[in-house]
Ligand binder design. Structure first.
Ligand SMILES: NC(=O)C1=CN([C@@H]2O[C@H](COP(=O)(O)OP(=O)(O)OC[C@H]3O[C@@H](n4cnc5c(N)ncnc54)[C@H](OP(=O)(O)O)[C@@H]3O)[C@@H](O)[C@H]2O)C=CC1
Ligand SMILES: O=C(CO)[C@H](O)[C@H](O)COP(=O)(O)O
Length: 470
C-alpha cells in the first residue's frame, strides 16, 4: 500500500476533522485511535476522502504505514495522555521521526517535552490549533512551536490545511519549545474574556432590559456588522436565535448556567502573575467561569441575601451604550493579552512575532475578528507598545470609555454582575492615573517590614519615621 505523508493519532472531534482536512488538501494520511473501532467508523464516514486515508489498527501498523522520515500528529487530551502516547510511540520510531502535539498542551509541558526531545536527539513540535471542529475541518489557525527546521519539514502541510486571510496562510512558527502552545494558551485566555464580555452584555439585555433571546440575537447580529464583527459575536447571535427542539423554548433559556473549562484560561492567568503582566479582564473571565460552576453556592447566596432587582429603569442604558462598552472592554482585553505575550517571550528566550500573532488570528481561530487586522497593523508599527497607546486604539477607547463607565456603574447600581466589563474599566482608570495609591502600600510595607521606599524628591531607598520592622 502507498505510504502516507503524515499520520494522526486521536480521531476525536478535532483529530477526525483535521484528518479530513489533510486528506482533502491532497495528502495521504494514516490514522489510528485508541478505541480501534472508531477508525472504521471514521473511514466509513469519510466519503470520497477515504481514498487518501489509510486506516490502521495497531501502533505498529500505523508506524509502518508512514513515509520516512515520519511525521505524526497527536490529537489527544493534554497532559498524561500525551506523555503516554509519546512513550508508546518512540520505541517504534526512527531517530529523525517527528512527533507533533497538536492538542491544547500546557506550554510548560511542551517546554519539558521539547527539552527531552533535544536530549534524546529526536524531533518534536508543539503546535496550537484553533477553530474548533469546523476550523479543524476547513481551515484552522495554527501556532507552531519547536525547532524551526522541524517546523519547516511540515510547514507545507500545515499551511495547506490552515485558514487563509487574503491568501496568506494562518499558520506561523512562533518560536522554540512551547512558544506555539503558549500563544495558543493566551489565545484561549482572550477567548474566555471575549466570551465573558458577550455573556455580560447578554445579561444586561436579558435581566436588565427584559429582552427575550430572539431580540438579543438581533442585537448581536447587528453588532456583527460593525466594529465588533467577530466569530464569537456572530455565534452569540446564532445561539440566541436557536430554539430547543424538545420544548420549543429559546435554546439559551434551557441551558444550565454552569460553564466548563479545560485549563487554558487558568494557565494564562497563572502565567500573567508569574511575569507580572496583569490581565484583569481575563482573570475576571476565569473567575466568572469558576463562579458559574459554583451553582449551589449561588443559589444559597440568592436565598440568603435575596436577588438584586437587576431590572434597569427605562432608558437607563441604550443598546448603543452596550455596544460601545463592549468595544472598549474588548480593546482592553486584547491590550492585556498582547502585553502578556510581549512580556513572557523574553522570560523564556523567545522573540515572539507580535504582529504575526495578530495576523495568524485574523482567520480560522475562535477569536477571529475585524479588530485583529487593525491590531496587526498597530503591532507592526511598534511590537512592544501596549495596544492602548497605538493611535487607532487610543482613539477607539477615548470615544468609548464613557459608555463602559456608564454600563459598569448602572449595572453595579442594579446588581447586574459585569465583572469583566468592570475589570476593563478598572484597568483603564489605572492606566491613566499617573499618581496612584501605591505610596500607601509602600509606606505600610516599610512600616511592618522595613522594605524601604523611593521618594518623589530624592534618589535611593528610604525609610519612614515609624521605626520600621514592627
Ligand atoms: N474541541 C475543540 O474545540 C478543541 C480541542 N483542542 C484540543 O485538541 C485535543 C483533542 O480534543 P478533542 O478532539 O476535542 O477531544 P475528544 O475528546 O473529542 O477526542 C479525544 C481523542 O483522544 C483520544 N484519547 C483520549 N485519551 C487518550 C489516551 N489516554 N491515550 C490515547 N488516546 C486518547 C480519544 O480516543 P478514544 O476514542 O479512544 O476515547 C479521542 O480520539 C485536546 O488537547 C483539546 O484540548 C484544541 C482546539 C479546539
Ligand atoms: O481551544 C479551544 C478553542 O480555542 C477549545 O475549544 C477549548 O476546549 C476551549 O477551552 P475551554 O474548554 O476551557 O472553554
Amino acid at each position: 500500500m502507498e505510504r502516507s505523508e503524515i499520520g494522526l493519532i486521536g480521531l476525536g472531534t478535532m483529530g477526525a476533522a483535521l484528518s479530513l482536512n489533510i486528506a482533502e488538501k491532497g495528502f495521504r494520511i494514516s490514522v489510528f485511535n485508541r478505541t480501534v473501532s472508531k477508525v472504521d467508523t471514521f473511514l466509513s464516514d469519510s466519503g470520497p476522502l477515504a481514498k487518501r486515508i489509510s486506516p490502521t489498527r495497531s501502533l505498529e501498523e500505523f508506524v509502518t504505514s508512514l513515509k520516512v522520515p515520519r511525521a505524526i500528529v497527536l490529537m489527544v487530551p493534554a497532559g498524561d495522555p500525551v506523555d503516554a502516547q509519546i512513550a508508546a510511540l518512540r520505541p517504534l520510531l526512527d531517530p529523525d521521526d517527528l512527533i507533533i502535539d497538536a492538542g491544547n498542551a500546557n506550554f510548560h509541558d511542551t517546554n519539558r517535552r521539547a527539552a527531552q526531545a533535544v536530549d534524546d536527539g529526536v524531533p518534536y513540535l508543539g503546535i496550537g490549533v484553533s477553530g474548533g471542529e469546523d476550523g479543524a475541518r476547513h481551515g484552522p489557525s495554527i501556532m507552531g512551536g519547536g525547532d524551526r527546521a522541524h517546523w519547516d519539514r511540515v510547514a507545507h502541510i500545515l499551511e495547506a490545511i490552515s485558514a487563509r486571510y487574503e491568501g496568506q496562510p494562518c499558520a506561523t512558527w512562533m518560536g522554540e519549545g512551547g512558544a506555539g502552545h503558549f500563544v495558543k494558551t493566551v489565545h484561549n485566555g482572550i477567548e474566555y474574556a471575549d466570551m465573558q464580555l458577550i455573556a455580560e452584555t447578554y445579561g444586561v439585555m436579558r435581566d436588565g432590559m427584559g429582552m427575550p433571546a430572539a431580540a438579543c440575537a438581533d442585537v448581536f447580529a447587528s453588532w456583527n456588522q460593525g466594529p465588533l464583527q467577530s466569530y464569537l459575536v456572530e455565534i452569540a447571535a446564532e445561539v440566541s436565535a436557536a430554539t430547543d427542539p424538545a420544548t420549543g423554548a429559546p435554546m439559551l433559556d434551557v441551558i444550565l448556567d454552569r460553564a466548563g473549562q479545560k485549563g487554558t484560561g487558568r494557565w494564562t492567568v497563572i502565567e500573567s502573575q508569574q511575569v507580572g503582566a496583569p490581565v484583569p479582564v481575563i482573570e475576571a473571565a476565569v473567575a466568572a467561569r469558576n463562579l458559574s460552576a459554583a451553582l449551589e453556592t449561588r443559589r444559597a447566596g440568592e436565598a440568603l441575601f435575596g436577588a438584586a432587582s437587576r431590572r434597569l429603569p427605562d432608558a437607563a442604558l441604550s443598546l448603543d451604550d452596550l455596544e460601545a462598552a463592549m468595544i472598549a472592554g474588548k480593546v482592553m482585553c486584547y491590550a492585556q493579552g498582547f502585553d502578556l505575550l510581549a512580556r513572557t517571550g523574553t522570560q523564556y528566550g523567545w522573540t515572539l512575532p507580535m504582529p504575526e500573532i495578530a495576523e495568524v488570528w485574523r482567520e480560522g481561530c475562535i477569536i477571529r475578528s475585524a479588530m485583529l487586522n487593525d491590531m496587526a497593523g498597530a503591532l507592526r508599527t511598534d511590537p512592544d507598545r501596549n495596544l492602548l497607546f497605538a493611535p487607532y486604539f487610543a482613539d477607539l477607547v477615548s470615544r468609548h470609555h464613557t459608555a463602559l463607565r456608564k454600563v459598569a456603574a448602572t449595572a453595579a447600581t442594579h446588581g447586574l454582575p459585569v465583572p469583566a466589563l468592570s475589570a476593563a474599566l478598572g484597568y483603564f482608570d489605572s492606566i491613566r492615573t499617573a499618581r496612584s495609591t501605591a505610596n500607601m502600600i509602600q509606606a505600610q510595607r516599610d512600616f511592618f517590614g522595613a522594605h524601604g521606599f523611593e521618594r518623589i524628591d530624592a534618589e535611593g531607598q528610604h525609610h519612614g519615621p515609624w521605626g520600621g520592622g514592627g
